[in-house]
Design a protein around this ligand. Structure first.
Ligand SMILES: O=C(O)C1=C[C@@H](OP(=O)(O)O)[C@@H](O)[C@H](O)C1
Ligand SMILES: C=C(OP(=O)(O)O)C(=O)O
Length: 422
């Protein structure tokens, strides 16, 4: 499907969905507790439903109560072979593969066409070194995992995805010998590993930091039941902030922030450096943007999901906008660097594509076009916002928003977006 997007001005107030990463973690962790946990304010989206379904297949009991989940964890893994579907979600398949290594029986893990292109090899190599048997389609899904991983010491690269390491951490306390993880390269997406460690702490498990982002030890431990509240998602807030900067007039974003930190909060600093004043008061966020943004050079190594919302701001810059150190954005739902370069050129931006990022020069003149998001939720949302600034565009694959922000299009229309389904 496509949608048609006209020039729009957004005004009023808009909510924002709960955090996807913390929702996944809380569901997996609660599933590993011998007891009952409560997760409040969960994100219910295609990705997190995939996590719920897989945890149920592993033996967890999950009851939905409004925006909350009651989860009774897996008492004991059964010995049936399982086929599970992680849909579009990298986080899900990676964490589920590590949990599968705790089962004696075979687990086959697959996903949609996009997920079948995403790397799994460093994780599978680590699980094999810990005692599991794994197969894959040339390092990609579908993968099979037969446990058990008994634990020990492994060395793993950190330059493709932090999710491999988050996955190993989450399974580690259940391995009989515990786990020592040595990260052999600079780690990308560091705040997501911190999110894993703080989520594990909420469920009563300690990760020992030997050297930050290089070496960790996790002793065999029992997860304990917990009540956890999921904050709003800064990756989604970042998109709303871009919308506020490009096409907002007194747009207020309502968010609940909480005590769990998120790397993508960095968007506030980045916008500040581009000349935008972002104010956060009692769970409401507002921006004051100048006529033209300053541009600048930004390192997105820790915050790859900011690539789409930040890139589209080049439309309103007075100087080039450079994004670097984010090669791992090529291994997401799509190769986000390549697609952003290709699609922004269509609306008049001059783009230099580098291996690890983009240099975008502000357009002298913009023009409407058909923007192909290749079914990538973050690209659809970013292109849709760009289209509201440019006007006279169509954008492909609005259904993709189900992955992380199911109400995105309705919420946007609610504050004045001119989006119709073509
Ligand atoms: O662990 C997580 O919840 C995530 C980690 C990041 O991926 P990488 O570590 O693969 O960069 C991020 O891009 C993704 O959206 C969510
Ligand atoms: C890359 C993302 O998620 P995942 O890796 O879980 O598919 C994302 O949400 O942008």
């Amino acid at each position: 499907m496509n949608c048609k997007v006209e020039r729009s001005t957004l005004t009023g107030s808009i909510g924002c969905p709960p955090n996807k990463s913390y929702t996944h973690r809380a569901i997996f962790l609660a599933s590993l507790v011998d007891g009952k946990s409560i997760i409040k304010n969960v994100l219910k989206s295609r990705d997190t439903v995939a996590t719920m379904n897989i945890c149920k297949s592993f033996g967890a009991q999950i009851q939905e109560a409004g925006r909350n989940l009651k989860i009774r964890g897996i008492e004991e893994f059964d010995d049936a072979d399982l086929l599970v579907d992680a849909s579009n979600s990298g986080t899900t398949i990676r964490i589920a593969a590590a949990i599968a290594s705790l089962r004696d029986a075979k687990t086959t893990l697959t996903g949609d066409e996009s997920l079948k292109k995403r790397p799994m090899k460093p994780l599978l190599d680590a699980l094999e070194a810990l005692g599991a048997k794994c197969t894959s389609n040339d390092g990609k899904p579908p993968v099979t995992v037969v446990g058990r991983a008994r634990g020990g010491s492994i060395t793993i690269p950190g330059d493709i995805s932090s999710q491999f390491i988050s996955a190993l951490f989450i399974a580690a306390p259940k391995m009989e010998n515990g786990l020592t993880v040595n990260i052999s390269t600079e780690l990308v997406s560091k705040p997501y590993l911190d999110a894993t460690i703080s989520s594990m702490k909420k469920f009563g498990v300690t990760v020992q930091v030997i050297e930050p982002y290089r070496k960790y030890q996790i002793a065999p431990q029992e997860y304990k039941h917990a009540t956890v509240s999921i904050p709003s998602d800064f990756s989604s807030i970042a998109l709303l902030l871009s919308a506020a900067v490009l096409v907002g007039r007194d747009l207020t974003i309502n968010a609940s922030i909480g005590d769990l930190s998120q790397g993508d909060e960095a968007i506030i600093d980045i916008l500040g450096k581009m000349g935008v004043d972002v104010s956060l008061h009692k769970n409401t966020i507002k921006v004051r943007a100048p006529e033209k943004l300053l541009g600048g050079r930004f390192d997105l190594s820790n915050t790859p999901d900011l690539l789409p919302p930040l890139s589209i701001l080049c439309l309103k810059c007075q100087a080039p906008l450079e994004i670097y150190n984010v090669r791992h954005a090529r291994f997401k739902e799509t190769d986000r660097i390549a697609i952003i370069a290709r699609e922004l050129r269509k609306i008049g931006v001059s783009v230099k594509e580098n291996d690890d990022g983009l240099v975008m020069s502000p357009p002298e003149k913009t023009s409407g076009a058909h923007l192909d998001s290749e079914d990538d939720h973050r690209l659809f949302m970013a292109f849709c916002i760009a289209a509201m600034y440019v006007g006279d565009c169509t954008v492909s694959d609005p259904e993709s928003v189900d992955v992380s922000y199911p109400t995105f299009v309705d919420d946007m229309i609610g504050v004045g977006a001119k989006i119709t389904f073509a």
